[in-house]
Design a protein around this ligand. Structure first.
Ligand code: KG4
Ligand code: ZN
Length: 365
Protein backbone atom coordinates (compact mmCIF):
# COMPACT_ATOMS: atom_id res chain seq x y z
CA UNK A 1 0.00 0.00 0.00
CA UNK A 2 1.44 3.32 -1.04
CA UNK A 3 -1.00 5.94 0.18
CA UNK A 4 -2.89 6.96 3.30
CA UNK A 5 -6.51 5.87 3.15
CA UNK A 6 -9.41 7.43 5.05
CA UNK A 7 -12.60 5.40 5.13
CA UNK A 8 -16.09 5.90 6.55
CA UNK A 9 -17.86 2.83 7.96
CA UNK A 10 -21.63 2.52 8.47
CA UNK A 11 -23.41 -0.16 10.54
CA UNK A 12 -27.17 -0.63 10.93
CA UNK A 13 -27.85 -4.37 10.83
CA UNK A 14 -29.39 -4.91 14.25
CA UNK A 15 -30.19 -2.48 17.07
CA UNK A 16 -27.20 -0.13 16.93
CA UNK A 17 -26.84 2.65 14.37
CA UNK A 18 -23.15 3.44 14.02
CA UNK A 19 -20.62 5.37 11.93
CA UNK A 20 -16.85 5.47 12.21
CA UNK A 21 -13.86 7.01 10.46
CA UNK A 22 -10.62 5.07 10.12
CA UNK A 23 -7.36 6.28 8.70
CA UNK A 24 -4.58 3.97 7.60
CA UNK A 25 -1.24 5.60 6.85
CA UNK A 26 0.93 3.93 4.21
CA UNK A 27 2.48 0.87 5.79
CA UNK A 28 1.12 1.64 9.28
CA UNK A 29 -1.72 0.30 11.41
CA UNK A 30 -5.23 1.72 10.94
CA UNK A 31 -6.29 4.32 13.48
CA UNK A 32 -9.85 4.93 14.65
CA UNK A 33 -10.47 8.68 14.31
CA UNK A 34 -14.10 8.47 15.43
CA UNK A 35 -16.59 5.78 16.37
CA UNK A 36 -20.17 6.79 17.08
CA UNK A 37 -22.82 4.28 18.23
CA UNK A 38 -26.50 5.09 18.82
CA UNK A 39 -28.07 2.09 20.58
CA UNK A 40 -31.80 1.32 20.54
CA UNK A 41 -32.08 -0.53 23.87
CA UNK A 42 -34.68 1.87 25.32
CA UNK A 43 -36.75 1.77 22.14
CA UNK A 44 -37.17 -2.02 22.24
CA UNK A 45 -37.20 -2.48 26.03
CA UNK A 46 -41.02 -2.56 26.41
CA UNK A 47 -41.28 -5.42 23.88
CA UNK A 48 -38.69 -7.81 25.32
CA UNK A 49 -36.76 -8.06 22.05
CA UNK A 50 -35.81 -6.12 18.95
CA UNK A 51 -38.87 -5.12 16.87
CA UNK A 52 -37.60 -5.06 13.26
CA UNK A 53 -39.96 -2.32 12.01
CA UNK A 54 -39.08 0.01 14.90
CA UNK A 55 -35.40 -0.75 14.42
CA UNK A 56 -35.58 0.04 10.69
CA UNK A 57 -37.29 3.39 11.29
CA UNK A 58 -34.81 4.38 14.00
CA UNK A 59 -31.87 3.46 11.74
CA UNK A 60 -33.34 5.55 8.89
CA UNK A 61 -33.66 8.52 11.28
CA UNK A 62 -30.24 8.15 12.88
CA UNK A 63 -27.83 6.99 10.20
CA UNK A 64 -27.04 10.41 8.73
CA UNK A 65 -26.83 11.90 12.25
CA UNK A 66 -24.21 9.26 13.13
CA UNK A 67 -22.23 9.99 9.96
CA UNK A 68 -22.34 13.72 10.70
CA UNK A 69 -21.17 13.17 14.29
CA UNK A 70 -18.33 10.85 13.19
CA UNK A 71 -17.15 13.46 10.67
CA UNK A 72 -17.35 16.28 13.23
CA UNK A 73 -15.59 14.46 16.04
CA UNK A 74 -12.81 13.18 13.75
CA UNK A 75 -12.32 16.56 12.10
CA UNK A 76 -12.38 14.82 8.71
CA UNK A 77 -14.20 16.58 5.87
CA UNK A 78 -16.38 14.61 3.44
CA UNK A 79 -14.01 15.44 0.60
CA UNK A 80 -11.13 13.79 2.48
CA UNK A 81 -12.84 10.37 2.40
CA UNK A 82 -11.31 7.80 0.03
CA UNK A 83 -14.02 5.13 0.34
CA UNK A 84 -17.24 4.19 2.13
CA UNK A 85 -17.77 0.79 3.76
CA UNK A 86 -21.22 -0.36 4.79
CA UNK A 87 -22.75 -3.45 6.35
CA UNK A 88 -24.67 -5.13 3.53
CA UNK A 89 -25.82 -8.10 5.68
CA UNK A 90 -26.61 -10.37 7.40
CA UNK A 91 -29.16 -8.71 9.64
CA UNK A 92 -32.62 -7.21 9.92
CA UNK A 93 -33.28 -6.18 6.37
CA UNK A 94 -34.95 -2.79 7.00
CA UNK A 95 -31.96 -1.59 8.99
CA UNK A 96 -29.41 -2.94 6.52
CA UNK A 97 -31.23 -1.13 3.69
CA UNK A 98 -31.03 2.19 5.59
CA UNK A 99 -27.25 1.91 5.87
CA UNK A 100 -26.74 0.72 2.30
CA UNK A 101 -28.88 3.55 0.88
CA UNK A 102 -27.00 6.17 2.90
CA UNK A 103 -23.66 4.74 1.76
CA UNK A 104 -24.75 4.63 -1.88
CA UNK A 105 -25.90 8.24 -1.75
CA UNK A 106 -22.59 9.41 -0.30
CA UNK A 107 -20.56 7.27 -2.68
CA UNK A 108 -22.44 8.59 -5.72
CA UNK A 109 -22.32 12.22 -4.66
CA UNK A 110 -18.65 12.15 -3.63
CA UNK A 111 -17.58 9.93 -6.53
CA UNK A 112 -15.69 7.53 -4.23
CA UNK A 113 -15.73 3.72 -4.00
CA UNK A 114 -18.46 1.83 -2.16
CA UNK A 115 -17.46 -1.34 -0.29
CA UNK A 116 -20.14 -3.75 0.99
CA UNK A 117 -19.11 -5.58 4.14
CA UNK A 118 -20.37 -8.73 5.81
CA UNK A 119 -21.21 -7.79 9.42
CA UNK A 120 -19.72 -11.05 10.70
CA UNK A 121 -16.48 -10.34 8.83
CA UNK A 122 -16.41 -7.02 10.69
CA UNK A 123 -16.46 -8.86 14.03
CA UNK A 124 -14.07 -11.54 12.82
CA UNK A 125 -11.43 -9.09 11.55
CA UNK A 126 -11.49 -6.84 14.64
CA UNK A 127 -8.43 -8.54 16.24
CA UNK A 128 -6.45 -7.37 13.20
CA UNK A 129 -7.58 -3.78 13.79
CA UNK A 130 -6.88 -3.84 17.54
CA UNK A 131 -3.87 -6.17 17.78
CA UNK A 132 -2.58 -6.53 14.20
CA UNK A 133 -3.14 -10.30 14.50
CA UNK A 134 -1.86 -12.18 11.42
CA UNK A 135 -3.91 -14.76 9.47
CA UNK A 136 -4.83 -17.49 10.23
CA UNK A 137 -6.46 -17.46 13.65
CA UNK A 138 -9.48 -19.00 15.34
CA UNK A 139 -12.36 -16.71 16.21
CA UNK A 140 -15.27 -17.24 18.59
CA UNK A 141 -18.11 -14.79 17.97
CA UNK A 142 -20.43 -14.86 20.93
CA UNK A 143 -23.13 -12.22 21.31
CA UNK A 144 -26.88 -11.67 21.44
CA UNK A 145 -27.19 -12.55 17.77
CA UNK A 146 -24.18 -14.69 16.91
CA UNK A 147 -22.38 -17.73 18.17
CA UNK A 148 -19.89 -19.42 15.89
CA UNK A 149 -16.33 -20.65 15.56
CA UNK A 150 -14.59 -19.31 12.47
CA UNK A 151 -11.10 -19.80 11.14
CA UNK A 152 -10.02 -16.50 9.58
CA UNK A 153 -7.74 -17.27 6.62
CA UNK A 154 -8.00 -13.92 4.85
CA UNK A 155 -10.16 -10.76 4.66
CA UNK A 156 -12.87 -12.67 2.82
CA UNK A 157 -11.92 -16.24 3.51
CA UNK A 158 -13.40 -17.92 6.57
CA UNK A 159 -14.25 -21.47 7.46
CA UNK A 160 -16.87 -22.20 10.05
CA UNK A 161 -16.18 -25.04 12.44
CA UNK A 162 -19.56 -24.87 14.18
CA UNK A 163 -22.09 -22.62 15.84
CA UNK A 164 -25.39 -22.46 17.65
CA UNK A 165 -28.28 -24.31 16.08
CA UNK A 166 -30.85 -22.15 17.90
CA UNK A 167 -30.39 -19.25 20.38
CA UNK A 168 -27.16 -17.31 20.77
CA UNK A 169 -25.79 -17.28 24.34
CA UNK A 170 -26.55 -13.56 24.80
CA UNK A 171 -30.18 -14.30 23.91
CA UNK A 172 -30.20 -17.05 26.54
CA UNK A 173 -28.82 -14.59 29.13
CA UNK A 174 -31.45 -12.02 28.14
CA UNK A 175 -34.31 -14.53 28.31
CA UNK A 176 -33.08 -15.82 31.66
CA UNK A 177 -33.04 -12.28 33.01
CA UNK A 178 -36.58 -11.77 31.80
CA UNK A 179 -37.78 -15.00 33.44
CA UNK A 180 -36.28 -13.88 36.75
CA UNK A 181 -37.42 -10.24 36.60
CA UNK A 182 -33.92 -8.85 36.08
CA UNK A 183 -32.98 -5.82 33.96
CA UNK A 184 -32.11 -5.90 30.25
CA UNK A 185 -29.65 -6.51 28.69
CA UNK A 186 -29.66 -9.68 30.75
CA UNK A 187 -25.99 -10.66 30.55
CA UNK A 188 -24.54 -8.22 33.09
CA UNK A 189 -27.56 -8.64 35.42
CA UNK A 190 -27.40 -12.46 35.38
CA UNK A 191 -23.63 -12.37 35.86
CA UNK A 192 -23.99 -10.11 38.92
CA UNK A 193 -26.60 -12.46 40.45
CA UNK A 194 -24.52 -15.54 39.59
CA UNK A 195 -21.60 -14.12 41.55
CA UNK A 196 -23.76 -14.27 44.69
CA UNK A 197 -25.20 -17.71 44.01
CA UNK A 198 -24.37 -21.39 44.45
CA UNK A 199 -23.74 -22.93 41.03
CA UNK A 200 -24.09 -26.45 42.43
CA UNK A 201 -27.63 -26.15 43.79
CA UNK A 202 -29.34 -26.53 40.39
CA UNK A 203 -27.86 -28.68 37.66
CA UNK A 204 -28.92 -27.45 34.22
CA UNK A 205 -28.33 -29.41 30.99
CA UNK A 206 -25.15 -29.04 28.93
CA UNK A 207 -26.75 -29.43 25.46
CA UNK A 208 -24.87 -31.21 22.64
CA UNK A 209 -21.81 -32.03 24.75
CA UNK A 210 -22.59 -35.68 24.18
CA UNK A 211 -22.30 -35.17 20.41
CA UNK A 212 -19.03 -34.69 18.56
CA UNK A 213 -18.18 -31.40 16.89
CA UNK A 214 -18.50 -27.73 17.77
CA UNK A 215 -22.22 -27.06 17.25
CA UNK A 216 -24.05 -25.67 20.27
CA UNK A 217 -27.63 -25.25 21.48
CA UNK A 218 -28.80 -22.83 24.15
CA UNK A 219 -32.60 -22.72 23.78
CA UNK A 220 -33.27 -25.73 26.04
CA UNK A 221 -31.38 -24.09 28.87
CA UNK A 222 -33.94 -21.35 29.41
CA UNK A 223 -36.76 -23.91 29.33
CA UNK A 224 -34.97 -25.90 32.03
CA UNK A 225 -34.57 -22.70 34.03
CA UNK A 226 -38.25 -21.85 33.58
CA UNK A 227 -39.26 -25.30 34.89
CA UNK A 228 -36.96 -24.99 37.89
CA UNK A 229 -38.25 -21.51 38.65
CA UNK A 230 -41.86 -22.68 38.48
CA UNK A 231 -41.10 -25.70 40.66
CA UNK A 232 -39.67 -23.42 43.36
CA UNK A 233 -42.65 -21.07 43.10
CA UNK A 234 -45.13 -23.99 43.30
CA UNK A 235 -43.28 -25.28 46.35
CA UNK A 236 -42.69 -22.08 48.31
CA UNK A 237 -45.02 -19.53 46.73
CA UNK A 238 -42.19 -17.36 45.35
CA UNK A 239 -38.46 -16.94 44.80
CA UNK A 240 -36.12 -15.74 47.51
CA UNK A 241 -33.18 -13.52 46.65
CA UNK A 242 -30.94 -16.55 47.18
CA UNK A 243 -33.09 -18.77 44.90
CA UNK A 244 -32.69 -16.23 42.14
CA UNK A 245 -28.93 -15.97 42.60
CA UNK A 246 -28.61 -19.78 42.64
CA UNK A 247 -30.67 -20.10 39.45
CA UNK A 248 -28.42 -17.55 37.73
CA UNK A 249 -25.28 -19.28 38.98
CA UNK A 250 -26.51 -22.69 37.75
CA UNK A 251 -27.48 -21.24 34.37
CA UNK A 252 -24.19 -19.40 33.89
CA UNK A 253 -22.19 -22.48 34.90
CA UNK A 254 -23.95 -24.47 32.16
CA UNK A 255 -23.17 -21.82 29.51
CA UNK A 256 -19.55 -21.64 30.68
CA UNK A 257 -19.15 -25.43 30.52
CA UNK A 258 -20.63 -25.66 27.01
CA UNK A 259 -18.56 -22.77 25.61
CA UNK A 260 -15.37 -24.08 27.24
CA UNK A 261 -15.74 -27.64 25.96
CA UNK A 262 -16.78 -26.57 22.45
CA UNK A 263 -13.91 -24.07 22.34
CA UNK A 264 -11.48 -26.83 23.33
CA UNK A 265 -12.77 -28.99 20.46
CA UNK A 266 -12.68 -26.10 17.98
CA UNK A 267 -9.11 -25.29 19.01
CA UNK A 268 -8.04 -28.91 18.65
CA UNK A 269 -9.35 -29.13 15.11
CA UNK A 270 -7.93 -25.69 14.25
CA UNK A 271 -4.49 -26.59 15.67
CA UNK A 272 -4.46 -29.89 13.78
CA UNK A 273 -4.39 -27.83 10.57
CA UNK A 274 -2.54 -24.73 11.84
CA UNK A 275 -0.09 -25.87 14.54
CA UNK A 276 2.20 -22.88 14.16
CA UNK A 277 -0.50 -20.20 14.62
CA UNK A 278 -1.98 -20.90 18.06
CA UNK A 279 -4.35 -17.97 18.65
CA UNK A 280 -7.96 -17.68 19.78
CA UNK A 281 -9.76 -14.35 19.56
CA UNK A 282 -13.21 -13.74 21.01
CA UNK A 283 -15.66 -10.97 20.16
CA UNK A 284 -19.29 -10.17 20.93
CA UNK A 285 -21.05 -8.80 24.00
CA UNK A 286 -20.98 -12.14 25.85
CA UNK A 287 -17.17 -12.02 25.80
CA UNK A 288 -17.62 -9.38 28.53
CA UNK A 289 -18.71 -12.13 30.94
CA UNK A 290 -15.86 -12.60 33.39
CA UNK A 291 -16.66 -16.26 34.16
CA UNK A 292 -16.80 -17.13 30.45
CA UNK A 293 -13.65 -15.18 29.69
CA UNK A 294 -11.74 -16.80 32.57
CA UNK A 295 -12.68 -20.33 31.45
CA UNK A 296 -11.78 -19.60 27.82
CA UNK A 297 -8.41 -18.31 28.99
CA UNK A 298 -7.88 -21.52 30.98
CA UNK A 299 -8.72 -23.64 27.91
CA UNK A 300 -6.18 -21.63 25.91
CA UNK A 301 -3.50 -21.91 28.58
CA UNK A 302 -3.99 -25.70 28.72
CA UNK A 303 -3.51 -25.95 24.97
CA UNK A 304 -0.65 -23.42 24.83
CA UNK A 305 -2.72 -21.01 22.78
CA UNK A 306 -2.62 -17.19 22.91
CA UNK A 307 -5.96 -15.65 23.96
CA UNK A 308 -7.03 -12.21 22.80
CA UNK A 309 -10.22 -10.19 23.14
CA UNK A 310 -10.73 -6.72 21.63
CA UNK A 311 -11.78 -3.96 24.05
CA UNK A 312 -15.48 -4.26 24.77
CA UNK A 313 -16.53 -1.22 22.72
CA UNK A 314 -15.07 -2.96 19.66
CA UNK A 315 -16.41 -6.41 20.65
CA UNK A 316 -20.02 -5.26 20.49
CA UNK A 317 -21.65 -3.86 17.35
CA UNK A 318 -19.83 -0.78 16.03
CA UNK A 319 -18.87 0.80 12.72
CA UNK A 320 -15.09 0.88 13.24
CA UNK A 321 -15.04 -2.87 12.56
CA UNK A 322 -17.07 -2.32 9.38
CA UNK A 323 -14.72 0.44 8.21
CA UNK A 324 -11.76 -1.84 8.92
CA UNK A 325 -13.25 -4.86 7.10
CA UNK A 326 -14.05 -2.49 4.21
CA UNK A 327 -10.46 -1.25 4.21
CA UNK A 328 -9.16 -4.81 3.96
CA UNK A 329 -11.58 -5.63 1.12
CA UNK A 330 -10.74 -2.43 -0.73
CA UNK A 331 -7.00 -2.95 -0.37
CA UNK A 332 -7.45 -6.46 -1.76
CA UNK A 333 -8.85 -4.80 -4.91
CA UNK A 334 -12.56 -5.34 -4.23
CA UNK A 335 -15.39 -2.85 -4.26
CA UNK A 336 -19.07 -2.66 -5.18
CA UNK A 337 -21.26 -0.51 -7.36
CA UNK A 338 -24.83 0.78 -7.17
CA UNK A 339 -26.12 -2.77 -7.56
CA UNK A 340 -24.92 -3.61 -4.01
CA UNK A 341 -27.87 -5.37 -2.36
CA UNK A 342 -28.82 -5.62 1.33
CA UNK A 343 -28.87 -9.28 2.37
CA UNK A 344 -30.80 -10.66 5.36
CA UNK A 345 -28.69 -13.84 5.31
CA UNK A 346 -25.08 -14.01 4.27
CA UNK A 347 -23.01 -16.85 5.69
CA UNK A 348 -19.31 -16.06 5.90
CA UNK A 349 -18.43 -19.60 5.00
CA UNK A 350 -20.54 -20.38 1.92
CA UNK A 351 -19.46 -24.00 1.93
CA UNK A 352 -20.64 -24.79 5.47
CA UNK A 353 -24.20 -26.10 5.96
CA UNK A 354 -26.68 -23.40 7.05
CA UNK A 355 -27.20 -22.99 10.78
CA UNK A 356 -30.76 -23.09 12.02
CA UNK A 357 -32.59 -20.30 13.76
CA UNK A 358 -32.67 -16.58 13.33
CA UNK A 359 -33.22 -15.30 16.89
CA UNK A 360 -34.41 -11.95 18.11
CA UNK A 361 -31.44 -10.11 16.69
CA UNK A 362 -31.80 -11.40 13.14
CA UNK A 363 -30.04 -13.94 11.03
CA UNK A 364 -27.22 -15.90 12.57
CA UNK A 365 -26.04 -17.16 9.19
O1 KG4 B 1 -22.42 -7.93 20.69
P1 KG4 B 1 -23.63 -7.35 21.31
O2 KG4 B 1 -23.55 -5.96 21.88
O3 KG4 B 1 -24.84 -7.28 20.34
C1 KG4 B 1 -25.21 -8.30 19.49
O4 KG4 B 1 -25.85 -9.23 19.99
O5 KG4 B 1 -24.89 -8.22 18.29
O6 KG4 B 1 -24.05 -8.36 22.47
C2 KG4 B 1 -25.12 -8.09 23.32
C3 KG4 B 1 -25.37 -9.34 24.14
C4 KG4 B 1 -26.63 -9.23 24.97
O7 KG4 B 1 -27.41 -10.39 24.77
C5 KG4 B 1 -26.10 -9.15 26.39
O8 KG4 B 1 -26.97 -9.70 27.36
C6 KG4 B 1 -24.81 -9.93 26.29
O9 KG4 B 1 -24.28 -9.58 25.04
N1 KG4 B 1 -23.89 -9.58 27.37
C7 KG4 B 1 -23.49 -10.45 28.31
C8 KG4 B 1 -22.68 -9.72 29.22
N2 KG4 B 1 -22.61 -8.42 28.78
C9 KG4 B 1 -23.36 -8.36 27.64
N3 KG4 B 1 -23.73 -11.75 28.44
C10 KG4 B 1 -23.20 -12.37 29.52
N4 KG4 B 1 -22.44 -11.74 30.44
C11 KG4 B 1 -22.15 -10.43 30.34
N5 KG4 B 1 -21.40 -9.82 31.28
ZN1 ZN C 1 -22.80 -8.17 15.70
Amino acid sequence: MTETLTILGIESSCDDTAAAILRQPAGGPAEILASVVHGQTDLHAPYGGVVPELAARAHAEKVDVCVQQALESSGVALKELDAIAVTAGPGLIGGVISGVMCAKGLSASLGIPLVGVNHLAGHALTPRLTDQVAFPYLMLLVSGGHCQFLIAHGPEKFSRLGGTIDDAPGEAFDKTARLLGLAQPGGPAVQAEAEKGDAKRFRFPRPLLDRPGCDMSFSGLKTALLRQRDAIIADKGGLTVQDRADLCAGFQAAVVDVLAEKTRRALESYLAENPSEPLLAVAGGVAANTAIRARLETVCTDLDVTFTAPPLALCTDNAAMIAYAGLERYQAGNQDDMSLAARPRWPLDQSAPALLGSGKKGAKA
